[in-house]
Every structure is written in C-alpha cells, then in structure tokens.
Write a protein that binds this ligand. Structure first.
Ligand code: WTA
Length: 642
C-alpha cells in the first residue's frame, strides 16, 4: 500500500522518512496506485541540479484530464465537480457535475481543434473567475495545448508581453467581468493588447456581462455558438509525462516576467497528493479556495489537485467585500464549506470589519482552514482561528511558490500540531535546508537562513519558457546543487519552519508578487521622471505596500506634485495593472548609492518604514548626505490620492 493519505503524526514521520530514504519508490507507489496511466514510466526520476534538469516518470503516457474527469464518471458522474458562486449573491449558484464537466471540456476542446490549435501550441486565457476559465484550462490539457492563464487584472501591456513571450496563437477572453459593484471591459483590454501581438490568430469571447463589444471579423468569435455546434466527445491526446502542461508567469526581481513551465505527470501526482493530505480531503467535502485561477494557487488547488481527487471545488467570481464584508461567510454557510483556503491579506481586511459580519453566519461545517501567499502575522492567525475556525479547525499555513507547483511546507491537519506564523514541517519528499550567506548549510535548530530545497520533487517547474539560462541563474546558481527559493526562513527548536519573507527584490503586496524593476521601468517612462526606486513598507492589510522614491528631471516647484503622483500611478496601471500602484511617493533630489552605482535599498526600506534610528553604516555611500535630505522631507509625504 502506498502512503497516499496520512492521518496522524507518527504516520507522517514514518512516511516522511520513507520518502527521503527512497524517493523513487515512494513516489512511484503513489503514482501507480492512484492515477490512470496509458503507459508506465521507464524511469521514476532523472535529475541534475547543475544543468538543471529534472524528469519524473519519464516515458510514461497519460492525459491529466482523464485523471481529473473521465475516471470519475463511473463512480461519481452526478457529483458536483465545480460549484460556481457568482459575483451577485442573487444569481443562482451553478453546480457542474463531473458528467457535465466532461461534456463541456470535450466540446471546448473540439472548438479549439477546429480553430487549428494543436498539441504544443500555446493558448493564453484572460478570463474572470467563471466556469469557462476552468473549462478552457482543461480543454487545452485535453488536446495537449499549453495553457497560459493571465490574471484578468493585468493591463493590456502586461497581457501583450506575456502573450508574445510564449508566442500564443489564441487568446480566450470574455466580453467583460463583474467585480463587486463594478464591471470591467476585458475585451477592450484584449483588443488593445492584440494590436501588439502579431502572432495571435484568433480570439474566442465568452459572454458574461452582455455588453456590446467590437468583434474583429476573421479574428474574434463568440464562444457559445461554436460550443453549440461542437461534438460532446473528444478523445484525449496521449501525452508524455514530461510534456508541458502550462506556463504561468511570475514576477522576477529584474527584467521581464518569468514564464514558469510545468509538465504533466509529476505535477498531477504532487498536486493531487498534497491536496488530499493538506486539506484532509474526504469524499463528501465541499472545498473552497478563494484564489484566482490566474495564479498558481488556483491552478493547483482549485483545478487540478481537487479534480484529480474527484472533489467538489468552489469557484467564486466576486470579492470578499461585496455586497458586504460577510460574503465569504455567507458562502461558507450557504454551501456548507468544509475546507476554506484563503490569503492573509483577505483575513486582515475582514478582521478590520465588525465581527457581526462573521458571527451572524453558521460556520459549523468548516473542518480545515488554510492560508497562503505571504507570511501570516500572529494577530491575523488568531482572528482566523478564534472567529472563523471557532478554535476547532486546524489552520494550515501552506508555504510554496509558482515555481514549486504545489505546497512544500505545511502542517497536516489533525496530525501536525500547529503554531501561529509557522508553516511547520515539510511535505513528504521535500528536503528543505537553510543556508548562510557564504553558502554553507546551517545545521541544527533555532537557526535562520536562506531557504533552499536539496532534492527534486515531482512538481518543480522544469524551466523558464524560452530562457533556460535564466532558470539556472535564478534558482540553481546561488547555492550549489540546491534549489534556492528566494525566501528567508527560520527553524525553531523542534524543527518547524517559519518563512520570514523574500530576501530579493520581489515585494509581496496583498499576496501578489511584484518585482521592483518592472515597476521602476514603468515609472521611468514618465517624461518628467529621471530615476526611481521602489521599496516595500509594512501595511496592516496588504502586508506590504509600495513606496516610490522618484527623482524628477527638472527640480523646482514648477509641477504639481499631487498630479504628478497620480500620473505616475496611472503610468504603472497602464504598464502593469492597478495591483502595482504605489501607496506613497516621495520626490527626492537623489538616491543613496554605493560607489559602484547600486541603489542601497536597505536604507530606503528603513526610511519608508519610518524607522530611521539606526541606518547602519552609510559611510560607504557615494553620497551619504542625501540620506539626511530624504529623511528631512519624510514628514511631508502623504499617501497618493486616488
Ligand atoms: C510567499 C504562491 C509565508 C513566499 C503559492 C513565496 C509565503 C512567494 C507563504 C510565492 C506562506 C507563499 N508563508 N510566505 N505560507 N506562501 N509565500 O509564486 O515569499 O505567488 O516565495 O506562489 O509567496 O508566491 P507565488
């Protein structure tokens, strides 16, 4: 018997030891017993972190949608696979059974085929959280096309950059989207983007908000009439375990976004295994992850992980504050949610509101609570535990990344004793280690260092699309033979891990990873700006907010600073999206730089956090006097007006 479902702590330690002693045996047993393969693998694992190259289940053949849909049809065809909760609570929820999901995915897959999409082609999906999003993802996987979902909050420029980077020939979108009381013109954004995307041949448009949109003939088509005509059966493309499944973009500290490429077999096995254990999923559960499928959390723990286990997975179109701050809890009560998985930023935002928004709902169906995306502070953890979990639901603080594909460090509920702010222990097969700055492994407990992983796991990203050198440089060059996460962590006296945050120039704002360089590039394009530097500063809801230090080309008071600040944010909104807007902007005469011309962000971070008592050694600066000048102006910096 494989160790697919861990139920108590001793079992966890046993399984963990086995997974480390013999990873190949461990993962091959799980893969063999719990999934449908058209052909078994020749090799469980080939790896070499110096190249870097990782292959799991090489030679095996499968289709992930057969595992996520077809194999459930006999046993649970009428069970709800996707439970769609619309933005407007008055609109009825939609229960899509496994049988219906099968039909809708097959039809969609056939539409893709008739539009000329073939195995290996890239398809970009720019959709709100409506069923078509999950269905189009699965339809791509059905025919072996590589999906690249782009979060529908990104701007036209950001969309175009990603579409061009992966050379997608098709974009799937909708006329628009609902977001609380607002609507967003998604099709308009796509039109603007496609002007810069010569490789895009077709745009499929789902109807959601029923607005009049411009359809360009020969390029744009409404989805529904095509689906109506499509055949309800589509034979799944037989894929190699190492064939690409998707590309998902994430921000790097420098340069353009990184298209993390995930492959099929290992990703499926790992996300399914971790879903089962981290959420202690049982057949009748109703599981809800509030993430957007535009991020990795949605890929792995709304779509693939839950469906591979035959679960009911909720997709929520709206926002936590609409029609009021009780919406999440209203949904928990309405659908009797058993596992609820969200981000610390949402918890903090809701904890600020009146407690009545929580207490008036019956949350007794909940069994497990999860958090992901950034460190959860102690106060938010307790609020979540006391008021949502009513001290009766273990909180799984799950640490992982777009690059890792699945959860790497997390408690296993009812087995691992939880500890506020700690992600606790590694999943089976995961070998974390802490490194010091000179590249030595830090042994023992009660230590802090840079978090690395020593051994491959099945769902590690295989490359950055089109740039394998960057993949190597970013993740495998800082520490020899180790995957470097970019995060700092500490290990307590019992070996529990606590993630302390990024150690590079990525800033996590409301759970979204933002690289400083692309934002600075966007600001520097403003005609009045000479140079800029972005740092994060603590924010009680967003976790971090952005603070921009901006040098203008012409100094003097000739320009209205308030207006200029608004223009800078406008510029960022156009280049990246509203999620990257700055909370504060300080116009400065210069930036603290080292003699080699590097901006000393350490100092700027302290200034932005209003913590100027101990700036450390600034004598190595080229221009130490600038620090005082910046601090003197600090009192006059106000938040950027909307
Ligand atoms: C951070 C999200 C602390 C971390 C799945 C990581 C966390 C980055 C946690 C990846 C957590 C994620 N505690 N920090 N439980 N989960 N992070 O790629 O800095 O959007 O490197 O993947 O989020 O973000 P990404």
């Amino acid at each position: 018997m494989s160790n697919y479902h861990i139920k108590h702590l001793e079992e966890y330690f046993q399984v963990y030891r086995k997974s480390v002693r013999n990873p190949e045996l461990f993962w091959s047993e799980i893969a063999e017993e719990h999934f449908l393969w058209r052909k078994k693998w020749d090799n469980v694992l080939d790896w070499d972190f110096s190249k870097p190259e990782v292959k799991w289940f090489d030679g095996a053949k499968l289709n992930i949608t057969e595992n996520c849909i077809d194999r459930h049809l006999y046993v649970r065809g009428d069970k709800t696979a996707i439970l769609f909760e619309p933005n407007n609570p008055e609109e009825a929820a939609e229960h899509i059974t496994y049988n219906q999901l099968h039909e809708r995915v097959c039809k969609f897959a056939n539409v893709l085929k008739t539009k000329g999409v073939k195995k290996g082609d890239r398809v970009c999906i720019y959709l709100p959280m409506i069923p078509e999003l999950a269905i189009s993802v699965l339809a791509c996987a059905r025919i072996g096309a590589i999906h690249s979902v782009i979060f529908a909050g990104f701007s036209a420029t950001a969309l175009a950059t990603r579409v061009n980077d992966c050379e997608a020939k098709m974009i799937i979108t909708s006329d628009g989207s609902y977001r609380g009381s607002k609507t967003i013109d998604l099709k308009g954004i796509v039109d603007e983007a496609v002007e810069q995307c010569p490789g895009v041949e077709s745009v499929l448009v789902a109807k959601r908000i029923n607005t009049d949109v411009k359809m360009k003939s020969g390029r744009d088509e409404w989805l529904q009439p095509l689906l109506d005509k499509a055949d309800a059966n589509c034979i799944p493309e037989v894929m190699d375990a190492e064939d690409p499944l998707f590309i998902l973009y994430t921000s790097g500290s420098t340069g353009k976004p990184k298209g993390m490429m995930h492959t099929t077999g290992g990703y499926m096995v790992y996300t399914a295994f971790t879903f089962k254990n981290v959420f202690q999923y049982r057949e009748d559960d109703i599981y809800w992850c509030t993430a957007d499928i535009g991020w990795i959390t949605g890929h792995s723990y709304i779509v693939y992980g839950p469906l591979a286990n035959g679960a009911t997975t909720v997709m929520f179109e709206g926002v936590p504050s609409y029609p009021d701050y009780g919406r999440f809890w209203d949904i928990v009560q309405k659908h009797k949610i058993t596992q609820f998985y969200t981000a610390p930023t949402a918890i903090r935002a809701l904890a600020k509101e009146n407690l009545d928004y929580v207490t008036k709902y019956d949350l007794s169906s909940l069994k497990v609570l999860g958090t992901v995306g950034e460190p959860i502070n102690e106060e938010a953890w307790h609020w979540y535990n006391d008021h949502v979990g009513q001290k009766d639901c273990p909180i799984v603080d799950t640490w992982w990344q777009t690059e890792t594909g699945g959860i790497l460090i997390s408690p296993i509920p009812f087995a691992t004793p939880t500890k506020p702010t700690y992600a606790t222990l590694p999943m089976p097969g995961i070998q974390p280690t802490l490194m010091d700055e000179s590249g030595n492994e830090i042994i023992g407990n009660q230590v802090e260092g840079r978090l690395c992983i020593k051994f491959p796991w099945p769902s590690i990203a295989r490359t950055i699309w089109g740039d394998h050198n960057r993949y190597r440089d970013t993740y495998f060059s800082a520490f020899k033979n180790k995957y470097f996460t970019g995060d700092g962590a500490l290990r307590d006296e019992v070996g529990y891990y606590r993630i302390t945050g990024r150690v590079d120039d990525v800033i996590i704002v409301s759970g979204h990873n933002l690289g400083t360089a692309p934002i600075e590039d966007a600001i520097n394009e403003h005609p009045a700006v000479a140079e800029s530097a972005i740092v994060g500063f603590p924010h009680d809801i967003k976790g971090n907010a952005l603070y921009g230090f901006v040098i203008l080309k012409e100094t003097g008071e000739s320009r209205d600073r308030d207006n200029l600040s608004k223009e800078v944010n406008q510029q960022i909104t156009e280049r990246i999206g509203p999620i990257a807007k700055l909370d504060k902007i300080q116009f400065v005469p210069g930036l603290p730089k080292t003699r080699s011309g590097k901006i000393m962000r350490r100092i700027l971070r302290k200034i932005a956090s209003n913590d100027t008592s101990d700036l450390g050694d600034i004598s190595t600066l080229l221009n130490p006097e600038i620090v005082e000048e910046i601090i003197d102006e600090l009192a006059f910096v106000t938040p950027v007006k909307k």
